[in-house]
Design a protein around this ligand. Structure first.
Ligand code: F6P
Length: 320
């Protein structure tokens, strides 16, 4: 059994990361294990920005978006030299295991780190993109989807008033999950995702036909990985001659107070991560499968690409 662990967040922040940090910390303390917080992702590990946490250090954070530990994408950690320095900084403090909360890039770094140094690592999937292989859920995806839906509801009002085509670009560099679920639940006519090819000429012909039949307005949700909203909007406007506007939600969709689902799921995942790392387990990621917490091999999680559920793609077309 380990008696001192550390926790950190890495990569893009996501709502619910604080709930996960809190759960890891309080679970460890409950079992008499020391917990260190690492600030600013892998940067903090290399720059020795670590502090021992007590229960009150994680008070008043469960309702907050972002991550109170801070986060970053760290190029130095991509080098062996950087990782060796990180390992030394942990060992110097007597830290025997690490919980990393982040997306696939951060978990990939964690996997290499544990293989190279032998330090036990447990990962938690923290990204709004919901694209970590082996888990149907990642911390923050629910809140982000709800933020997007709020924007879609507002965009529909103004689109309908003006009889316009609205193109909304949402995040998802490599994954269309956010665009797909918000497009389906927001009633979008077209959902463009990186996982599926689309023909803009065909879409534009279809749009003109719909307008000719009396359609009042059209909503297009595009994942950033499937194309830039402004370019798609410009092309639609030129090809159809229809009044078209573009919105890009940007980082608004990454912030905000976490939803109940994100708080509860992050708390459950955090407890599992703490118990696993304390008992000496390593190279696993906790996620969800059919509503249950499951452990996934870390190596598999970072070396496989999660697929977008084809059922979503089919349904989106039926309902459009
Ligand atoms: O990785 C999560 C993510 O939300 C991506 O969908 C998006 O491309 C990226 O973060 C944006 O990151 P940054 O904050 O570095 O602009």
């Amino acid at each position: 059994m380990l008696n001192s662990i550390a926790v950190m967040t890495s990569g893009g922040d996501s709502p619910g990361m604080n709930a996960a940090i809190r759960a890891v910390t309080r679970t460890a303390l409950h079992h008499g294990v020391k917990v260190w917080g690492i600030r600013g992702g892998y940067h903090g590990l290399l720059d020795e920005e670590m502090f021992e946490m007590k229960s009150k250090d994680v008070s008043d954070i469960i309702q907050r978006g972002g991550t109170f530990l801070g986060t970053a994408r760290c190029k130095r950690f991509a080098t062996t030299e950087g990782r060796m320095l990180g390992y030394k900084n942990l060992i110097d403090r007597g830290i025997q295991g690490l919980v990393v909360i982040g997306g696939d890039g951060s978990l990939r770094g964690a996997s290499i780190f544990s293989q190279e140094t032998g330090i036990p690592i447990v990962g938690l999937p923290g990204t709004i993109d919901n694209d970590v292989w082996g888990s149907e859920y990642t911390i923050g995806c629910d809140t982000a989807a709800n933020t997007i839906i709020d924007a879609i509801n507002k965009l529909r009002d103004t689109a309908s008033a003006h009889r316009r085509i609205i193109v909304l670009e949402v995040m998802g560099r490599n994954s269309g999950w956010l665009a797909m679920v918000t497009g389906i639940s927001g009633g979008a006519e077209y959902i463009l995702v990186p996982e599926e090819e689309y023909d803009l000429d065909e879409i534009c012909d279809d749009m003109k036909e719909s307008y000719a039949k009396g359609k009042r307005y059209i909503l297009v949700v595009v994942a950033e990985g499937a194309g830039r909203g402004y370019e798609i909007g410009k092309a639609i406007s030129e090809k159809t001659g229809l009044d078209t506007r573009v919105s890009k939600l940007g980082h608004i969709q990454r912030g905000g107070s976490p939803s109940v689902i994100d708080r509860v799921n992050a708390s459950r995942l955090g407890e599992n991560a703490a118990l696993a790392i304390i008992s000496g387990l390593s190279d696993i990621v906790f996620g969800f499968n059919r509503g249950h917490v499951v452990s996934i091999n870390l190596h598999d999680a970072v070396n496989n690409k999660k697929k977008l559920n084809p059922e979503f793609m089919r349904l989106a077309k039926v309902l459009a």
